[in-house]
Write a protein that binds this ligand. Structure first.
Ligand SMILES: C[S@@+](CC[C@H](N)C(=O)[O-])C[C@H]1O[C@@H](n2cnc3c(N)ncnc32)[C@H](O)[C@@H]1O
Length: 461
């Protein structure tokens, strides 16, 4: 049976042959972006222009086996340049795949809108890539209306004040010489229309640490068009997990294969973070009570700031401020401690926010009785604690991810450290991950001011 919502480690050429993991006709959509020919030789085996087609045909033969009859295969690929010339393996591959029994349905042009800057002797910036659409038969899932786009400003001008020019009521041959006929009146009351086969999707990715990732919007567009809810999307070259994130966002399942373990870590971390980010909410009593549902669950949570000038140096909007874990459930451990006045001693998050806002909110510190000199020895007075809680409730968002399986503390700490490495939350001061936090030194300094203030006031050394 297909292992839904998992990334399998290994070479897809081998793993796809496993009929237990990938039974015949079990996948609704394959979407992938394999390595270019001759690229990244130092990282994983890739193939020359001449070897590429033979290598890929073995994989596409298995993809054809596992794809359902009404399924589709989207192949994002681009021929790279070698010794001044564009290579030809993409063309050869299409011809060979047709011989293998695939129908070549369409070629989409992904207009990346931004491209790698540079100047070449006889070439300009690479601004687009191909997305080939293959299928097994003409009767395939194709949800035309799932990818409608706004009609565009031309319609506002053409149908100004709801009027139609006499000329637009007739059917004309297109002036471009394409041979197409058109009747402009048919577009009058439309707000949304079907798109063309040129996809304008900015290539900026939030994928972090994967140089060849596509933006989540690209697989998302094809997933909406070519699958239905609960379907299974396979990416055999999963990389940093963009297809998986798109599938989950659209209530589909994914299954992935990836040869590089580090990328699997990145992909899994992105998925956790995506869920934390998407679930983020204001911290009002009602939302907090809801979190009781997650008692005794393994959870990872994140704090974000809404729009606070006071934390400007520490957080841009949407940036992760703080990440934490709990095996006791969100309410028991975290919400109860991070958001309760008087709980500052237990919450590093509260001590950090308080230290940053000390001046602005005129917060007063007190001693935090601790034997271990490693920890900062301060908390806030009762009034200041209430002030701090109030500020956090008003200005912070909270999001979380909960694991479907029980995870050990060690496993949670591992994910937390990966999140720290990739998303660099600016309030985490954990010894092992502090190196990823650019603001760590400044924040430790502010916390020390708080610790010292009480000591100085009371003559404690
Ligand atoms: C172009 S990248 C895919 C990027 C991906 N679309 C994303 O958004 O991150 C190709 C990926 O295929 C992986 N790869 C290369 N050869 C492989 C193989 N034989 N089996 C599985 N994965 C492989 C590489 O490690 C790399 O992460």
């Amino acid at each position: 049976m297909v292992r839904k919502n998992k990334i399998i480690h290994g070479d897809c050429g081998e793993i796809l042959k496993n009929k237990t993991l990938f039974p015949d006709e079990s996948i609704d959509l394959v979407i992938t972006s394999p390595p270019y020919a001759d690229k990244r030789k130092n990282i994983y085996n890739t193939y020359t222009n001449d070897e590429y087609v033979e290598w890929f045909l073995e994989i596409s033969s298995e993809l054809k086996r596992v794809l359902k009859p009404q399924g589709s295969f989207i192949l994002n690929i681009k021929e790279n340049v070698k010794k001044f010339e564009r290579q030809t393996y993409t063309y050869e591959l299409v011809l060979a795949m047709k011989k293998q029994g695939w129908m070549w349905i369409e070629e989409y042009c992904w207009n990346k809108r931004t491209s790698f800057p540079g100047k070449w002797k006889a070439r300009f910036r690479d601004g687009w890539e191909r997305c080939y659409h293959f299928a097994k038969q003409s009767d395939l899932i194709f949800n035309h209306d799932a990818v409608l786009v706004p009609i565009g400003d031309w319609a506002k001008v053409r149908f100004k004040d709801g009027k139609i020019h006499e000329h637009d009521k007739n059917t004309y041959l297109s002036k471009t010489g394409s041979g197409f006929k058109r009747k402009v009146e048919n577009w009058k009351d439309k707000k949304m229309v079907h798109p063309s086969n040129v996809l304008d999707i900015v290539s900026v990715t939030s994928n972090l640490n994967h140089s060849a990732a596509f933006p989540v919007e690209l697989p998302a567009w094809f997933i909406k068009l070519l699958t239905n809810k609960n379907d299974i999307v396979l990416d055999p070259f999963m990389g940093s997990g963009s297809s998986a994130i798109a599938a989950l966002e659209l209530n589909r399942n994914y299954v992935g294969i990836e040869i590089d373990k580090d990328f699997i870590d990145i992909a899994n971390t992105r998925m956790v973070m995506d869920s934390i980010f998407k679930s983020r909410k204001s911290l009002y009593e009602k939302n907090i009570t809801e979190l009781k549902k997650y008692d005794n669950k393994s959870c990872i949570y994140g704090f974000f700031v809404k729009n606070s000038k006071a934390l400007k140096a520490y957080s841009k909007s949407r940036k992760l401020l703080y990440v934490g874990i709990t095996t006791r459930g969100l309410f028991q451990r975290d919400i109860n401690e991070h958001l309760k006045s008087g709980k500052t001693p237990n919450s590093s998050f509260r001590r950090s926010i308080g230290a940053i806002l000390k001046k602005d909110l005129n917060l007063q510190v007190m001693n935090r009785k601790l034997k271990n000199p490693k920890y900062d020895k301060f908390k806030f007075t009762k009034e200041s604690e209430i002030e701090l809680t109030d500020w956090i409730m008003k200005n912070c968002h909270f999001g979380f991810w909960h694991s479907k399986e029980d995870l050990t503390k060690k496993e949670l700490i591992y994910i937390e450290s990966k999140i720290s490495e990739l998303y660099r939350p600016s309030l985490n001061l954990d010894a092992k991950t502090k190196k990823y936090n650019k603001m760590a030194k400044q924040l430790s300094g502010l916390r020390k001011i708080c610790s010292d203030e009480w000591k100085n006031k009371n003559g404690v050394r």
